[in-house]
Design a protein around this ligand. Sequence first.
Ligand code: EPZ
Length: 425
Amino acid sequence: MEVIQVEGGRPFGGEVTVEGAKNSALKLMAATILAPGVSRLTNVPNISDVHVMGKVLKYLGAKVEVKGLHELEIDTSDIDRFETPYHLVAKMRASTAVLGPLLSRFGEAIVAMPGGCNIGARKIDMHILGLEALGVAFEVNHGNIHATTPKGLTGTTVTLDFASVGATENLMMASVRAKGTTTIDNAAREPEIVDLANFLNEMGAKVSGAGSPVIEIEGVSELHPAEHKVVGDRIEAGTFLAMAGLGKTPVTVKGFEPRHLGLVLKKYELMGLKVERGNGECTVSREGAIRPVDIQTLPFPGFPTDMQAQTMALLALCEGSCIVTENVFENRFMLASELQRMGADIRIEGHHAIVHGVDGYSGAQVKSPDLRGGAALVMAGLVADGTTTVSDIYHIDRGYECFVEKLQGLGAAVSRVEVPDQDTL
Ligand code: EPZ
């Protein structure tokens, strides 16, 4: 099996450019279902989740062509089925993002119930409740959700219990061609939501308010294919910037908007890091000790849950103690037990992780719990005493393109190594 091996202590720093956002690209790909014809997406990250979404679209009858690195040409003219297969949805729960587009185009969809994952149950009850308000009827049997629109889709006001990213996206895509206007209240405000709204409007939709808690979608009769550049990946960027907090040399990250990491960068400044924000780029460096700062994850513009693991890897070396509170997912502290194997002192109490800073990490064999936790373990390995071996790196490959190569470009002693399974027990 492949592992990532990190020799700790090697100085690293310099410049790295991030890709388009995984958490936008997957939804933009699903949105192409809405408009028969050829849409073109650029700045698409070359990651396994994008490959899986490509397989979902091909399964539905679309043609998906990779036109050079980071560019996809998707022809949805001949999509002739509205059922997604369990094996693909199980591999990537974001496949449920085809639900809204299929309902909008065909008035029917069969989507496998997405399983949970390491970080939580990942329910879709808010998706279902919101779509039912638009006139969708649901039956769940044999592990599949069968959605129909007996009287078509009719705009209405949907207030979400929680600012769910996925539910907001599915409701946006289901309502772009509904009769009348749909208002989503308590909508997710992530930059990826804004990116999707921009793409939908480029296709002829009438979406306003994206980025605010109230999104309004005025139904239109037809949509047409469009071209779109995926917004830069703020979480990939934040991952590399967090690394700078561990090292001694500045790291400059290009290809994203620093304002999309607003609170993260403010917290990093409170932790004593130096942050220089530029146009489409940001530089972080560390001068003194890492100061303890409490973190609590919330929907955007709150502190992103997808940056919780990387920040915990920083705080585990802080000068003092602090509390990390995870409010978005019910089980996103699995990184803590792996960091403890590397010498961290972290105690989990429900949604809180009580972190007592230690002087440093010691290299160890660790297991990636999810894609952000995996990246955080590699981060810790960069400054650990000795060698760190991270297994289950398929998690990392889901969301980070050329992660090892980018780290090597920063001077880190990181490599992918094939090891016989028994060696990583
Ligand atoms: C998206 O997941 C992202 N994934 C996640 O990124 C990210 O952590 C999350 O948004 C929050 O920002 C993609 O975009 C592919 P939610 P999503 O709906 O849409 C619960 C990563 O590391 N919930 O905002 O699934 C849910 O269980 C991944 O890149 C319900 O209970 O997130 C979770 O606890 C991880 N019922 C919370 O809400 C629902 O109907 C937030 O979920 C929907 C969600």
